[in-house]
Design a protein around this ligand. Sequence first.
Ligand code: C2E
Ligand code: CA
Ligand code: CA
Length: 564
Amino acid sequence: MPENRANWSQPVSPKSEVGGPAAGVFSLWDADFKLINWSERLKERLGLTGDAPVILCEVYPKLVDPDFAASIQLVLDTGEPQTIRLSNVTSERGHLLLFRANAGLAIVEIDGADVDERTKAGEQERALLIHQATHDVLTGLANRRQFGDKLGRILPVSENASVALMQVDLDDFKPVNDTLGHGAGDTVLKLAAERIRRTLGKDETAYRLAGDEFAVIQVAQEQPSEAERLAELLVSEFRKPFTVDGITVFVGASIGVAIAPRDGNESEQLMKAADVALYAAKKEGRRRARTFDSSMLQVLEQREVLRRSLRVALQHGEFFIEYQPLVDRSLAVTGFEALLRWRHPILGVVPPVAFIPMAEADGLMSEIGQWVLEEACREAKGWPAHYTVAVNVSPAEFLTPGLTDRVSQTLDIVGLPSDRLELEITETVLLERTTNNLDTLNTLNVLGIQIALDDFGTEYSSLSYLKNFPFDTIKIDKYFINDLPDDPKSQTIVRFVISMAHGLDMRVTAEGVETAEQAAWLQAEGCDRLQGYFLSPPLGAGMIDGFIQRSLRSGLVDNNRAET
Ligand code: C2E
Ligand code: CA
Ligand code: CA
């Protein structure tokens, strides 16, 4: 956590332009009159360390006098600022200005005898800035800064006290933001914050840490049971849909719970434990709460080991490619899709789903993708001249500037004609509807490179992409092929995709074709290309030559092409 516990943020520092006389002694108190933030000068005067809770009457003992207490109540009830002569409260001269800030109280000491309207207005503005510095503008929840302050103040707790930290992360928030727009995203965040706030009781505080990440700090005796009760309640609250501009959206919550002192008695440690628990909740299917236990660390450590070895896998030559054939309607081979594999020295062959997301997150995917591209193009040069090679391009790679240059340079260096390369991208790439990704696609198109839309039907399937982007091929995801030919719903969907694609002058590839019946059905429906275990599993580079020879000889091959 940032070490900002005892500092005001820039706008409320004593040198600030706002607020007239440079008073420099400010403090912010919550509804229970506990100190939540303070200025340097007050810190110096009181020798605050930030470790122990400070309550109002410790700093201004006389404020408990009935007259002053009434003034404070007035501020809290009406929001009307009050002025108190400072000499009545301490030995200093000047005035004490009281403002309402959030549900609590802001106190500013003013030197000098006069407190005119301007001063008041200035100080009110100051109080507002204090509020802004400690609260999230969108949701009104306490912000990350206050979260750090609070955690720093309550930790460490003694053995018999108990505090729970919950990391709350929304599930499926990004798709809402991406498909319905940021306005709708903001509305969901506000509603989510409200839902969290409503669910909390006494001694339970919610914070917005960032984006769709929230946290709750709960002070309760019975732990972890109290925390688990609250976490379950929150998860079930988020099972109910949100309504945004009349549209119903489901945004769940995953929660990681950590208990102090058991799982950590210092901010960083406790946050890490809650994070690990959150990761476990996500991993177990999301929309659930998990409480930290040390076995979770093992899983994470294994992941860390994998992540570290991934960084050197390229230099160590641990990647290799398998090639899965694609065939046309007459079952003649038209080319291969390059599928990346990682041979880990200890773990053996790791499938791409296990390491590509990690490589993407760590910014390694551009480099790895470049290797795949070059390697696959070199391999393809040795194939019959009408065979194409399909290379998967992950969203992170696609969105890295300079993709088109890299691709065309690679084709030049290797000497592969551009029309023999097909790039497979997923809909996620297109979510950011920037002119850039449209430019990239158009440039690739102009270069003569084929573009396939992979995994069609699994993501957002917004049909507007199909109108705006120049695809050559749509690949129907194996999810829809799986239940063919018997399932009428899958039939309808696949038929629809085929006729839509043909209407748009695009070809259709069916992936995951596993049976003769599926292949026959797809052929009859006019699907242009097939791919799947029924035709061939992905093959090691060493097996390609044999496969090509056999398929050129076999009756499946289109005779016109076999001569090439
Ligand atoms: P994908 O592009 O959808 O690739 C098809 C996946 O389906 C491959 O899994 C393939 O082995 C598998 N498959 C093929 N035929 C069948 C079948 O008949 N039945 C079933 N159930 N599965 C079949 P794989 O190789 O594990 O790859 C998984 C994903 O990893 C790929 O999905 C692709 O998204 C990604 N990937 C693979 N190689 C690369 C790469 O070089 N770069 C990038 N960015 N992503 C890659
Ligand atoms: Ca693919
Ligand atoms: Ca696919």
